[in-house]
Design a protein around this ligand. Structure first.
Ligand SMILES: [Zn+2]
Ligand SMILES: [Zn+2]
Length: 73
């Protein structure tokens, strides 16, 4: 089963490491695995503005770095 909707993770300026809960896992896995929730941990190098990642169960994430200024994307 695949979920087309990417979950978006917003990282502030200067933030490299992130930890987020996978909402898809919360919805799909929690009923089966109790309250166990999948946490996605990773890093987005400062040189990168956008990156894709997947949780251990294959749900897609998009990592997006926000800029300090309010530049339009
Ligand atoms: Zn899962
Ligand atoms: Zn997941």
């Amino acid at each position: 089963m695949t979920t087309d909707t990417k979950q978006r993770v917003w990282l502030g300026p200067g933030v490299v490491r992130f930890t987020v809960l996978c909402e898809a896992c919360l919805a799909e896995c929690s009923p089966k695995e109790g309250r166990y929730a999948t946490v996605l941990e990773g890093e987005l190098p400062l040189s990168r503005v956008r990156e894709v990642a997947t949780c251990p169960h294959g749900h897609a994430f998009e990592l997006v770095r926000t800029s300090a200024g309010r530049r339009a994307a």
